[in-house]
Write a protein that binds this ligand. Structure first.
Ligand SMILES: [Zn+2]
Length: 493
């Protein structure tokens, strides 16, 4: 029998604040020397007290607003008590009873996925297990880094839907600049709750036992983990056995989940209100101020790019996913010649989009650059003005597509403007018909055998002759005009 999965996600995101959640230590996920960013507070020395990081609170509220959440007027922190060597206080400051954000939603492929809450807590330190050693080491650099936790309602019913939700959330974090959310570095961690049922609950079916999968550190792992677990639980149910409520890990190499521990409940943690921190009051004025800081979000950008530029869905997605590239595209568009007829403008926009996505991205990929340098290349080295001029030259057929590639690669190397490169390297298109005819005649006289083949009806002979003209002019002739003149001249041979 087939069962349908019902899925909810819990996502932890490390915020990119300057300092930690409750002390002034630097929040630097790239610090690899152990125990550098620590102080009495984040290592829980006697007498130290926490102070709330305002920037972290604002980032969580901003995220909540972007996810259509309610922001309750009051919220507070709670203590979650448990022992682990990477948790020096013996408890984690978190939020259980009055989180910052509640009851939001995100639309994924036209479907509403409800968000139960978004709250703020502190991250733990990390354990290091040296090879062949009989001990473990603890690094407190991560202890006290602001950690945002988001929980959805169980509104998803396929692995693909869950992956799409995680991807969209990741994109929103980038747009809001609340986190770098690098999953490989553990800055965004996804946990999946999954239970199977014969019918979806809305159809009257009863939800099965809930299993949690932890340590999913890529979008692919989210999708594969759910697929694996659906299959595993289906086999158990079909053999008449019961699914155990537990937490399972994910082995990315084997592509399997494995049992970790039986699930603990909230009451096991003996939560109680954090006595060292005051409740927080969020006035509507503050919430409005934060709301005003929210930039255009991915979904809004998709709609606007479609409406303003009439690009196809695939290209829009590239510009939305790669935010810097999308912004560069828009800067180039704003530098195109003014007062063009609408039809010409749309053609130029399409050319711009194609050259940025195919050729410029190709050049960027071939150069070993990290994200930041890539962004600098885009706005600094090839200025939007120069790129717009380059596109206009192609549109006006002043350069062929072959020459265009050479010009762009030179622009990418030196940052020079295209007309300068064309002049210096003598690349401008030959438009004088008599000059082209002269070159064609030379090619014909040098290739008598091919001309005979052409007369016998071999079509690739014609292409060969075009290629010879291109080679003789280093691609500086217009292919359309060359083809027309060659056909004409071959009739006279
Ligand atoms: Zn500290």
């Amino acid at each position: 029998m087939a069962y349908q999965p019902t899925i909810g996600l819990e996502v932890h995101v490390e915020l990119n604040t300057k300092t930690k959640m409750f002390c002034g230590c630097k929040n630097d996920p790239n610090e690899h020397r152990p125990n550098i960013n620590i102080c009495p507070t984040c290592t829980a020395q006697p007498g130290s007290l926490p102070v709330i990081n305002k920037e972290a609170v604002r980032k969580v509220i901003k995220t909540g607003l972007a996810l259509n959440c309610q922001i309750p007027e009051y919220s507070k922190f709670d203590r979650k008590n448990y022992f682990y060597p990477d948790l020096p206080k013996g408890y984690q400051i978190s939020q259980l009873y009055q989180p910052f954000c509640r009851e939001g939603f995100l639309i994924i492929s036209g479907k509403k996925i409800r968000i139960r809450e978004v709250h703020l807590e502190e991250d733990t330190g990390s354990l290091v297990h040296p090879e062949n050693a009989e001990y473990s080491l603890v690094d407190f650099n991560r202890a006290g880094i602001p950690l945002m936790e988001l929980a959805t309602e169980p509104d998803m019913h396929s692995a693909e839907e869950a992956r799409q939700f995680a991807e969209e959330l990741h994109l929103i974090m980038h747009y809001l600049n609340v986190s770098d959310a690098d999953m490989e570095k553990g800055e965004m961690r996804v946990e999946v709750n999954i239970s199977l049922s014969k019918n979806p609950p809305a159809g009257g079916g009863k939800l099965g036992t809930k299993v949690e999968i932890k340590n999913l550190n890529s979008f692919r792992a989210v999708e594969k983990g759910i697929e694996y677990e659906t299959e595993r639980q289906t086999k158990i149910l079909n053999s008449g056995k019961k699914v155990v409520q537990e937490t399972r890990g994910w082995n990315d190499i084997k592509g399997e989940t494995f049992s970790q521990r039986e699930k603990e409940e909230a009451h096991d943690y003996k939560y109680f209100p954090e006595p060292d921190l005051p409740p927080l009051h969020h006035s509507s004025a503050i919430v409005d101020e934060i709301r005003a800081e929210i930039p255009e979000l991915p979904q809004q950008r998709r709609k606007r790019f479609y409406k303003e530029y009439q690009l196809d869905e695939k290209n829009i997605e590239i510009f939305v996913y790669n935010k810097d590239l999308g912004e560069y595209f828009e800067k180039v568009i704003s530098e195109l010649p003014p007062n063009l007829p609408k039809e010409n403008l749309l053609q130029l926009i399409k050319l711009t989009s194609n050259y940025i996505i195919t050729d410029l991205q190709g050049l960027l990929k071939s150069a070993p650059l990290d994200r930041a340098r890539e962004a600098r290349y885009l706005t600094g080295l090839i200025t939007p003005e120069n790129f717009a001029e380059f596109i206009t030259l192609i549109f006006e057929e002043k350069i062929s597509s072959k020459i265009a590639k050479m010009v762009l690669s030179e622009m990418f190397k030196t940052g020079a403007d295209p007309s300068h490169i064309i002049e210096e390297k003598d690349l401008s298109q030959i438009t004088d018909e008599s000059e082209i005819e002269k070159i064609i005649k030379e090619v014909i006289s040098k290739n008598q055998k091919v001309v005979e083949d052409y007369k016998k009806g071999k079509t690739n002979a014609f292409q060969y002759l075009i290629g010879q003209v291109m080679a003789a002019t280093r691609g500086k002739v217009n292919p359309g005009m060359t083809s027309k003149l060659l056909t004409k001249l071959l009739k006279d041979v």
